[in-house]
Design a protein around this ligand. Structure first.
Ligand SMILES: C[S@@+](CC[C@H](N)C(=O)[O-])C[C@H]1O[C@@H](n2cnc3c(N)ncnc32)[C@H](O)[C@@H]1O
Length: 523
């Protein structure tokens, strides 16, 4: 590999590999330069660094507008169109027709450069914002997006802002800052714990107590250790000395002088887990790290973990001093797809949410280490209960059919039968897709009577693909909402999403591989 003064990068790889790479990219309609920059951008974002690409450039990657890049191997040929094109299964015509009909019925805005955030789901921005930066939740909203949405669709400060899938509470925190009463639900006890801790307010005396606690941790011999989690998989994701150091810090959390400080300390502890693990979050789970950055310095494992803990708590203390909260949001562990949670709240002025996408990701698996080491899971039955109460966006649970009165007509009539006729990696995918829309339907239905007349509901979703069949979640939700008596304001499309390389290769029509916000209104 060589890098020229002008910024030109030349990577030499064998011709066979080069042909394969060009072939795969050409099937996806992505340029080499676009693909490379997207990977670099993802790498930077994964490391919490500022992104390389602006919103327009990211969008362009997916529409092949980037210049070509070079991979040198002595030959310079690129595949001719068609030469590398594998036979792709014809899209189901009926589905295509149904999507085109919906697309023409709704107002669909393709946003490229006229928004000030890269994507509504972009936690990188949160990592620079007080309170939001306390815990990295990859699936979290961009606070700028949330603020823009609330100010566009509600009147200042009046009524409840609800996020039914609230994650680590971005909507609630932003809405509270704007003077609204905010309510958030999530089935993850850890996500709700983090949201509540991010809403803590300390008096100046309490801030002093926190400073004393931080100093005590700096001087502590860290001799005692917390009991290791009763899950061998979690234990296997750490080197012994680092797990032992983490368990010493976990013990120090419980010696905090009061509940607020011990909660802040537990949150700080949760942020250490990924850093000192041999694995990193990737896709639907974890992958072994290729670089062990935590090994780089010379201190003992215990010292390194202590330093990271103290640094995190100091950052939290700084935000508590500089960024007081006037209103405290109300976050609750509850499933929003059964009517009880929603039934108890007052009139909603605006709802904004991002449900898990129908992409098989299981949050209990992705955050498994934090859920066990944080003490949120104590047995495997806690994990099963979490999976069962979550929306049907993954295949890791068997559900007795629920919310059967709802669902997407197009999913039932076209998508699920097409998927059932194929051999997919899991035979639960068709029922997952069917269940996903039933659960979203239940939420739309129970929320409607709670929404103030004229109130908007924004639902940020990413579409998915299985067996070459596009599941255009945005269009299907808009369709269901309209049939339930909502009016569909518009669908804002932010960027293309690449579902997975194998799936993407099978889709001929990529118009619906995208991330968008469906905005509906109570009439
Ligand atoms: C995409 S994340 C939301 C992130 C959020 N926008 C933020 O800024 O942190 C989706 C969340 O939905 C939660 N979830 C899954 N099923 C749920 C259900 N039935 N009710 C409430 N929350 C649920 C997951 O635990 C996850 O935290």
């Amino acid at each position: 590999m060589s890098i020229g003064n002008s910024g030109r990068i030349v990577i030499e790889i064998p011709s066979e590999k080069k042909r394969l790479l060009y072939g795969e990219l050409s099937k996806r309609g992505i340029s080499l330069k676009g693909w490379f920059l997207d990977r670099v951008d993802g790498y930077l974002r994964g490391n919490g660094e500022s992104t390389l690409l602006d919103h327009k450039q990211l969008a362009d990657i997916f529409t092949n507008k980037f210049d070509s890049a070079t991979i040198a191997d002595g030959a310079s040929e690129k595949p001719t169109a068609g030469k590398q094109q594998r036979e792709i299964k014809a899209p189901k015509q009926a589905l295509c027709k149904a999507y085109e009909e919906l697309e023409s019925r709704f107002s669909v805005r393709i946003l490229q450069s006229d928004v000030s955030y890269v994507s509504p789901v972009n936690f990188v921005e949160s990592l620079r914002r007080p309170r939001h930066r306390w815990f990295p939740y990859k699936e979290g909203f961009s606070p700028t997006f949330v603020q823009g949405f609330i100010t566009e669709f509600t009147k200042a400060g009046s009524g409840i802002v609800l996020d039914p899938f609230s994650g680590v509470g971005t909507t609630g925190l932003v809405a509270s800052k704007l003077g609204f009463n905010a309510v958030g639900f999530d089935v993850s006890p850890m996500a709700i714990f983090i949201s509540k801790v991010k809403s803590i307010v300390l008096t100046s005396t309490e801030i002093q107590k926190l400073s004393i606690y931080i100093r005590d941790v700096q001087n502590s011999p860290l001799e005692e250790r917390w009991t290791p989690p009763a899950n061998s998989t979690v234990v296997s994701y750490f080197e012994e000395e680092y797990l032992s150091a983490l368990l010493s810090i976990r013990m120090v959390v419980s010696s905090a002088p009061n509940k607020k400080i011990s909660d802040l300390a537990l949150l700080a502890f949760l942020t250490l887990i990924e850093e000192f693990s041999t694995h990193r979050k990737a896709g639907n789970g974890v992958k072994r790290k290729t670089r062990y950055d935590y090994r780089k310095t010379n201190e003992s494992a215990k010292e390194k973990v202590r330093i990271a803990f103290v640094n995190k708590l100091s950052e939290i203390r700084e935000d508590l001093e500089l960024d007081p909260l006037a209103k405290i949001p109300n976050f609750q562990v509850a499933s929003c797809i059964n009517s009880n949670a929603i039934a108890d709240i007052d009139e909603v002025a605006l709802a904004l949410t991002s449900p898990p996408y129908a992409n098989c990701f299981d949050y209990s698996k992705i955050y498994m280490r934090e859920l066990w080491l944080g003490g949120f899971f104590k047995s495997t039955s806690d994990q099963s209960a979490f999976r069962k109460s979550s929306i049907r966006s993954h295949v890791h649970a068997t559900w007795s059919d629920r919310n059967t009165e709802y669902g997407s007509e197009i999913a039932e009539r076209i998508i699920c039968p097409s998927l059932e006729s194929q051999e997919l990696w899991s035979n639960k995918i068709p029922s997952m897709i069917s269940g996903y829309f039933k659960d979203i339907g239940a939420l739309l239905s129970t929320l409607k009577p709670k929404l103030r007349k004229g109130a908007s509901f924004g639902i940020v979703v990413g579409n998915s693909v299985y067996g070459g069949i596009s599941v255009a979640t945005d269009l299907l939700i808009a369709d269901m909402a309209e049939q339930m008596g909502y009016s569909v304001t518009r669908i804002d499309v932010y960027r293309g999403v690449i579902p997975s390389s194998q799936q993407y290769a099978l889709v001929e029509d990529r118009r619906w591989a995208r991330e968008s916000t469906v905005i509906v209104k109570k009439k």
